[in-house]
Design a protein around this ligand. Structure first.
Ligand SMILES: [Zn+2]
Length: 339
């Protein structure tokens, strides 16, 4: 790493823009306050989700708004993260999170905190139209279908998710294999029988998840933490993922109740953020790989340390030992568009 990059990494500042003022494509470090690495890594991903700030920028909060309002502090933080001269962009956001449910000096689960933040935005955003826009940005719609093996009647239950929770196996996995098992048919037998309304009793059944629609921002949660007889353990298994993938991988899980916004052939998702967990289930550290919007370069953000990296670095690092990809953020794009 040359002197210039070392210096930029030292200050935790790096901008693709020649201007050192406000920039859309700007990655800056965030200092670790009371073990805030998990929130810091998530803030890097929110900052790279420029669509989120575009929505928050349409909102003019009134003076009467509560001091611990999460959407307000998130908006201010994302703006401050683009300002090189701002000394501590995320302090007020962290304070308001600590005032809600998150405890200081505790290892957090990035998927859980991601959900807490999005749910607090839904609860506390006074402009309901903008709250809905943010929901639609991340919302994955699936349908649970349970079919009675005796009378063949089907119960359908709509479900909405902010991240796609994918189980992983010991050994090797690909993102595609994880997606395929998410939509795989399961038999509910041997004590797992489902109550059938038609038969009016529990019957052996099949359980299946069907995809209804995918959002513009797709968050994939690789479920590495598994509860084993009262103990949580972490699966360090390798999961390979592509920088761009086609929505064809979802074809097998597609619902016949196809919505207008369901994935169409030829649509693609492009990776722009990876939240990494390093360590064990009991103690660990979070960092993030970020590719700012329409910027082809990748950056690694480890609290206040930021450095440019290559796509090969992203792939190699997230396969190494206890350094594992935990959340993957993909942006929907058409095959011919950039970014
Ligand atoms: Zn039945």
């Amino acid at each position: 790493m040359g002197e210039f990059w070392s210096k930029m990494a030292y200050y935790g500042l790096y901008s693709r823009s020649r201007s050192w003022s406000y920039s859309r494509n700007y990655v800056r470090g965030l200092f670790n306050d009371s073990l805030s690495c998990c929130v810091n890594a998530l803030l890097q991903s929110f900052s790279a989700t420029t669509e989120l700030l575009d929505i928050l920028n349409k909102w003019n909060p009134s003076d009467r708004i509560e001091r611990s309002n999460i959407p307000l502090h998130l908006k201010n933080t994302l703006l401050a993260m683009r300002d090189v001269s701002h000394p501590d962009p995320h302090v007020d956001f962290l304070d308001s999170l600590y005032r809600h449910t998150i405890r200081r000096y505790t290892q957090q689960d990035a998927d859980e905190i991601f959900h807490i933040i999005l749910n607090l935005i839904q609860k506390q955003m006074p402009d309901r139209c903008l709250a809905q826009e943010i929901r639609s940005l991340y919302e994955i719609k699936v349908e649970t279908q349970v079919k009675c093996s005796h009378c063949a009647s089907v119960q359908r239950m709509p479900t909405s998710l902010f991240s796609l929770p994918l189980a992983i196996c010991e050994g090797g996995n690909t993102l595609e294999s994880c997606i395929n098992s998410f939509f795989q048919l399961q038999n509910l037998v041997d004590g797992e029988e489902w109550f059938c309304d038609q038969c009016e009793k529990k019957q052996p059944s099949t359980h299946e998840l069907k995809l209804v629609s995918l959002p513009p921002i797709l968050c994939v949660h690789l479920k590495r933490f598994r509860n084993d007889r009262g103990f949580t353990r972490k699966l360090n298994s390798k999961v390979t993922f592509l920088e761009t993938f086609s929505t064809d991988v979802f074809a097998a899980g597609q619902s016949e109740n196809v919505a207008n916004d369901s994935p169409r052939a030829g649509e693609h998702y492009s990776l722009y953020a990876v939240i990494v967990h390093i360590g064990s289930a009991m103690s660990g550290h979070y960092t993030a790989y970020i590719r700012p919007f329409q910027d082809q370069a990748w950056y690694y953000a480890d609290d206040n340390h930021v450095q440019p990296v290559t796509w090969s670095d992203v792939q190699q690092y997230t396969y190494k030992g206890s350094s594992t990809a935990y959340l993957l953020l993909y942006r929907k794009k058409s095959w011919n568009s950039s970014g």
